[in-house]
Design a protein around this ligand. Structure first.
Ligand SMILES: C[S@@+](CC[C@H](N)C(=O)[O-])C[C@H]1O[C@@H](n2cnc3c(N)ncnc32)[C@H](O)[C@@H]1O
Length: 231
């Protein structure tokens, strides 16, 4: 169970991790800037036949819906077949998902379709929703990610803050992420914590920084370089 409380701005906060699900400032703008922007989306998927995004921490589905909105806004002849794979330990209840997504009028129609299929069952489930394939692995990412046989073109690393949710940023998990990234594939995350950066580098990513969102000074993005594949 997710165990959510709602703060004075009606932002969902996890009781397990004592951390908000999205930025209290502007979750939607953060999602666009950090996760889509950090992976050069939507530009990177344009003209590709297929594109896979994977995410650690489905949470409220805000990143998913922002991604779908950007994908739907991509001209049809440039739009890939999109697969979105997300890992979630504690799915929200449907009513919680609805409430968490309520602030964004422009996502209302998308949110209502997501809510219909929510919550997913434990283990793997596949949903065809809003024109994309959504695969959800419900369980601890450390045990369910190794059962995923696919590879991502882009990763959204969106656990709670590393200080409060260290399990989702461990070296072994970052290795599992790297191994499931195509050559030239990328990741983006809101954090710039030094030990997370080192885990991502040790896993094999070329890691860089970009200015952080809102009050955050910096955040990380990275690539599985094509060059390293031939070494
Ligand atoms: C910051 S929230 C994700 C926000 C989300 N991406 C969104 O768009 O709303 C972090 C999520 O990671 C999940 N989580 C924490 N530990 C996890 C674990 N070990 N395995 C899988 N999911 C985990 C939490 O339950 C929470 O939903």
């Amino acid at each position: 169970m997710a165990n959510v409380r709602w703060d004075e701005h009606d932002t969902p906060v996890s009781e397990h991790f004592d951390d908000p699900y999205y930025s209290r400032g502007d979750g939607q703008a953060e999602s666009r800037y950090v996760f889509l922007g950090g992976n050069d989306l939507p530009q990177k998927w344009q003209g590709r036949p297929n594109f896979t995004i994977a995410e650690l921490g489905f949470g409220t589905g805000l990143n998913f819906l922002e991604t779908v909105a950007a994908w739907q806004a991509t001209p049809e002849d440039l739009r890939p077949k999109l697969r979105y794979v997300s890992f979630e330990l504690y799915p929200l209840e449907r009513a919680e998902l609805e409430r968490a997504l309520r602030p964004w009028d422009d996502l209302k129609h998308l949110a209502s379709e997501l809510c219909v299929l929510w919550p997913p069952r434990p283990g793997w489930s596949t949903h065809h929703v809003l024109g994309v394939q959504l695969d959800i692995g419900v369980g601890d990412a450390a045990s369910i990610l190794p059962t995923w046989t696919g590879s991502a073109d882009a990763w959204y690393l969106d656990g709670f803050s590393p200080a409060k949710n260290p399990e989702l940023w461990q070296a072994e998990l970052m290795r599992d992420v790297f191994q499931r990234t195509v050559a030239g594939g990328t990741f983006a995350t809101f954090t710039a914590a030094g030990w997370v950066r080192r885990n991502l580098e040790a896993a094999g990513f070329d890691v860089g920084k970009m200015p952080g969102f809102g009050r955050k000074r910096e955040c990380l993005r990275g690539v599985r370089s094509v060059a390293s594949e031939s070494n």
